[in-house]
Design a protein around this ligand. Sequence first.
Ligand code: SF4
Ligand code: SF4
Length: 285
Amino acid sequence: MNTFEKKIAVLSGKGGTGKTAFSVNLALILEKQGYVPLLADLDVEEPNVHLFFKESFGTEEPVSLLFPSWNKDACNFCGLCASNCRFHSLAVFKDDFLFFQELCHSCGRCAAKCPHKALSEKPLQIGVLRKGNYGTLSLYEGRLDEGKTQTSSMIREIKKQLPQTGLQIWDGPPGTSCPSLEAVKGADLIVLITEPTPFGFHDFKLTVEALKPFGIQTKVVINKWVENSLEIETYCEKNNLTVLGKIPFSKQAAEAYSSGKTFWEFSDMRESFLDMIEQIMEERE
Ligand code: SF4
Ligand code: SF4
């Protein structure tokens, strides 16, 4: 059994780039190589890692956040809670109080500032955490309840439930919004998946810029690679980004992905992943 410590966040500038296919296949091939990886689906609005592991999720537990709960009898409508809420989630009138849960970030500031203890904090479910196993691969999936807006908070809560150590792959949400950036916090390595299309390249560049302030080592995988993908490679070279691997454009791969199969059975794909794993593991020293 290979023990290895690394938290790898997998991101892409846009959806449909092959981020989840990469995460799933990386995890499975690591498992076949004798590692004990963990794969966490942090794309909590639309988790789809489970499509590859249909029978493997065994447990489900609620994920809750603390939200303010108002006691009208104790309130004198002073408005201090609303003026201290940075997210404009509260509105206080001379004889009324409104709470907009979809804007609330569960920071607890309003309850702490209320001089009359008219606000307390109550847990409310925002989603579920599902766990499972596939061989020695541990699976975690965050799933935000329909209609809930606390995507970044949900990702934060799921990450709190992950073990502190080990070899972990975090499949983050696509794009450059707050949830994607939340997903990379605490990672040792970001693997950025891109594809050689105009939209793919455009969103890839935006993501590279958005990730710079984090200062986390970032490597690039060019998915659906074809011979003329030079624009991305030149950009990577200019920006000191290592291209970890190129996954060739392949009809077989697309068919495998759409039917929930893994890339292990295709020798060229398997070789690409084994080469990338070797590069990731080389950094152990
Ligand atoms: S701070 Fe407390 S007392 Fe003042 S309006 Fe808010 S809930 Fe009411
Ligand atoms: S918990 Fe924070 S974000 Fe939510 S209403 Fe109170 S102050 Fe605003």
